[in-house]
Design a protein around this ligand. Sequence first.
Ligand SMILES: *Cc1c(COP(=O)(O)O)cnc(C)c1O
Length: 345
Amino acid sequence: MSGFRIDLVSDTSSKPTAEMRQAMANADVGDEQRGEDPSVNALCDRIADLMGKEAALFLPSGTMCNLVAILVHCRHGDEIIAADGSHIIGAEGAGAAAFAGSFIKSLDAPRGIFTGADVEAAVRARRPKSPRSSLLEVEQTNNRGGGAVWPLDAIQEVAAAARKHDLAVHMDGARLLNAVVASGVSAADFSAPFDSAWLDLSKGLGCPFGGVLAGSKDFIGEAEIWKHRLGGAMRQGGVMAAAGIYALDNLVDRLADDHENAKTLANEIAEIPGLKLSRAPVETNLVFFDVSGTGLTAQQIHERLAEQDIRIGVDGPMEMRAVTHIDISAADITDALSALRSVVA
Ligand SMILES: *Cc1c(COP(=O)(O)O)cnc(C)c1O
């Protein structure tokens, strides 16, 4: 137990449901490392299909999906282009540098969304003294951008700009299905401009762990080698893959409820004196707000909410982040709001 009655710290705090656990218990399994786990194979086929790619690879985490993709696309001394605040920049232990010897040039993009012209300006001339620009990364939805959804045409534009200069293009789709549900654009359309793309099972889909990386057969062939090298090849991984299949069958449409709850939360927060939405508008399940008008710090508010068994994340001295997910009901939002009102009153 996380210990909180209402835990809005992340969509990763969601617990597998009873039905998901049942699906895991009943999973057909085999030795995944030998390619013999039917549930893992079925999950990969499902995701490849969903994302419109030739093949897919089940990995223990989204972080490993990004790292494996970077290892396939980049060599030592290469440069990756990504929005400032990207997960690969701030939240993956600098894996790109530590393992791929690549560094990341960040683009100033307030909601994590940049343009083809920004990419053109960031790509370096090919000459011996410059780092080689080799990969463009896009995060859909954009986490630090407040859960912003990249419009399809914006994605196509930046991918085309990158390709023009022979960069590979990769999508961190940790919350891709949130973008799909919010926009009505298919996962395959959002993934089409990319050489590689993945989605996370352990965020809004509520699985215990895992991410699935998709791409061409050649790309996935290379990715499989890195998976093994990094120790990510599992055995009876089907127990986990079954959770993913269950989620794809049953828990995608309900992401709309998370978005609805996030919007209610955001609209009400905007009315509370001293609080201000900081990365609005809220399009999906992430709500960031600034507390500097309350006379309290984010940490103080966090602690006072915790006394009421409610957790909202501290995202900076004066900023907080609340994330809706499968274990948060509309009634929980009402309760969290009344607690928040009383704490900052
Ligand atoms: C959570 C997250 C990841 C990493 O996924 P894990 O499964 O937690 O390793 C990568 N990118 C974004 C945008 C995320 O939110």
